[in-house]
Unconditional design. Structure first.
Length: 150
């Protein structure tokens, strides 16, 4: 799965430089001839890893999770500072929730706060989250190959 980790950590950052590309890829799939070598190599890696009949689902989960995250970031960038649901407003709403647990406030501080700050802090948080999504998807797929007890 090292192949996918390398591919997705590189591809996500490249695709993000062309807003809208991730969403297009989600909607149309790998239907361009230039994508065929990547598709074929990815399928081979997953088959060799033991996914068998679940290879297509594993491939889709890896790419969809990665591209959904980039697409969501594209949408956020398009709407930063736009109206009543921007990140700064969300942070203020989190602060005014008296019944929220400290853990809920942690979410606001650790995720929404950096987005509200904008600039390099938001960029770093976006990519930290993207890397987390990719690594967690790969770990989950790896775990699904292990036999379960009982």
């Amino acid at each position: 799965m090292f192949w996918f980790r390398t591919l997705l950590h590189t591809a996500g950052r490249l695709v993000a430089t062309y807003p809208g590309t991730a969403k297009w890829m989600l909607m149309h799939g790998p239907t361009v001839t230039a994508a065929l070598p990547i598709l074929e190599a990815g399928i081979a890696v997953l088959r060799e890893s033991g996914f068998g009949a679940r290879t297509s689902f594993a491939y889709a989960a890896l790419f969809n999770n990665a591209m959904l995250t980039v697409s969501l970031n594209d949408d956020r960038l398009q709407h930063e500072g736009d109206g009543p649901r921007d990140h700064a407003t969300m942070m203020e709403e989190f602060r005014r929730m008296p019944t929220a647990s400290p853990h809920a406030h942690d979410l606001g501080r650790e995720i929404i706060g950096p987005f509200a700050e904008g600039g390099q802090t938001a960029v770093q948080t976006r990519w930290a989250y993207y890397d987390f999504v990719v690594d967690t998807t790969i770990a989950g797929l790896d775990a699904s190959l292990r036999p379960t007890a009982g």
